[in-house]
Design a protein around this ligand. Structure first.
Ligand code: SAH
Length: 360
């Protein structure tokens, strides 16, 4: 049994069942035993690999997108270049390297990394030790100083806790984590009926709501409307809100039971891009997309970038670049290829012109 599982079982024994959102918050972000607090899950030896870890091309193109968005916003200085959940800091490092080709952009940058894990923050500090722009860290996006901002969120929203509601014979009720007769963590439902949820669905249906993600999106969108700028969201997810749940737990590249080993497995869910777009629009912002990661990267020139890298590469490296290109942009086989499973939206100030990656 994981140490955190014992802690949570004891908490539930004392206080009663907890919401899935609280369970996920503990499993991911418990200060000493949470998943992100105790490990670096990225890369071939970790639990999963993300686009910036697959190839430098990803961060470079996101960096070029940020430059374009900055120009479209009237080249404000300073520009807060913000990244939510930067992992190892690889994306930002690649984005800052391509910023060298635009000295006016580079000199406007004030970089802010929003990270809850001290371990990953330390890793990001290493990666960005030689950064040519000032970099600061905070645990919450509300701590980023005022002013025009470009906000990047790659595989951030999928890592946020979600709530589940279950259709019972009396109506929708929140899914809770409690204890079964043997004392093991088990799913159940609360007593309270959610009168606000009126979706018609057969008994046993589940609705997944990313309330924390929607709140973060609303706050950032309101900031962009008031102070200017744009946000780019890349993640696996779906474009129409639908019934059903997508909670998954992964440890060492394999799916496990989400209640089995809190703190030792990564808990994520697929992102409801329609819900994020509604939160942004409600705050007065404009939403571009959704498009797919494959189409987004191709429109930004990933094929040309791969060709340029291949010209300077050994035959073995050329093979690796082709494999990376296929993983980043390829369709089908979502276990391997990210091109279609991953979606991209931008959220902008209402006056922002259309941005690259989202041209029709
Ligand atoms: N963007 C990176 C990492 C994605 S994993 C990449 O693509 O490689 C999710 C990241 O979000 C991790 O860095 C994790 O520590 C961070 N994170 C999770 N919840 C967070 C929260 N509530 N606030 C800030 N960062 C968070």
């Amino acid at each position: 049994m994981s140490a955190l599982r014992e802690d949570i079982a004891e908490l539930v024994a004392q206080e009663g069942p907890i919401t899935l959102e609280r369970y996920m918050t503990l499993a991911l972000s418990h200060p000493t035993k949470g998943y992100y607090m105790t490990r670096d899950p990225f890369g071939a030896s970790g639990d999963f690999i993300t686009a910036p870890e697959i190839s430098q091309m990803f961060g470079e193109l996101v960096g070029l997108w940020a430059q374009e968005a900055w120009r479209a916003a009237g080249s404000p200085a300073p520009l807060r270049l913000v990244e939510l959940g930067p992992g190892r800091g690889t994306l930002m490092s690649d984005a800052l390297r391509v910023a060298r080709i635009a000295p006016d952009f580079l000199s406007a940058l004030d970089v802010h990394l929003v990270e809850t894990s001290p371990l990953l923050e330390a890793r990001q500090r290493q990666t960005l030790a030689a950064a040519e722009a000032p970099v600061s860290w905070s645990a919450n996006v509300s701590q980023v100083p005022d002013g025009p901002a470009i906000v990047i969120a790659n595989e951030f929203f999928d890592a946020l806790p979600v709530r589940h509601f279950v259709q019972t014979e009396r109506g929708w009720s929140e899914r809770l984590v409690g204890l079964d007769e043997s004392g093991a963590l088990a799913f159940g439902v609360g007593e309270r009926i959610e009168a606000d949820l009126t979706v018609a669905a057969p008994e046993g249906s589940i609705i997944e709501i990313g309330a924390i993600g929607a709140r973060i999106m609303r706050d950032i969108a309101a900031r962009l409307v008031a102070q200017g700028g744009a946000m780019l969201v890349v993640d696996y997810g779906y474009t129409q809100t639908a019934l059903g749940e997508t909670l998954q737990a992964v440890a060492h590249h394999a799916y496990v039971d989400p209640l089995e080993a809190p703190g030792e497995a990564d808990l994520t869910s697929h992102v409801d891009f329609a819900a994020l777009a509604r939160a942004a629009t409600a705050a007065g912002a404009k939403v571009l997309g959704p498009t797919t990661q494959g189409d987004f990267l191709k429109q930004l020139g990933v094929i040309e970038r791969a060709d340029a890298l291949k010209k300077r590469a050994t035959p073995e490296q050329r093979g690796e670049i082709d494999v990376a290109l296929e993983r980043l942009t390829g369709a089908g086989d979502p276990k391997r290829n990210m091109g279609e499973l991953f979606k991209v939206i931008a959220v902008t100030h209402p006056d922002m012109p259309p941005l690259p990656g989202f041209f029709q």
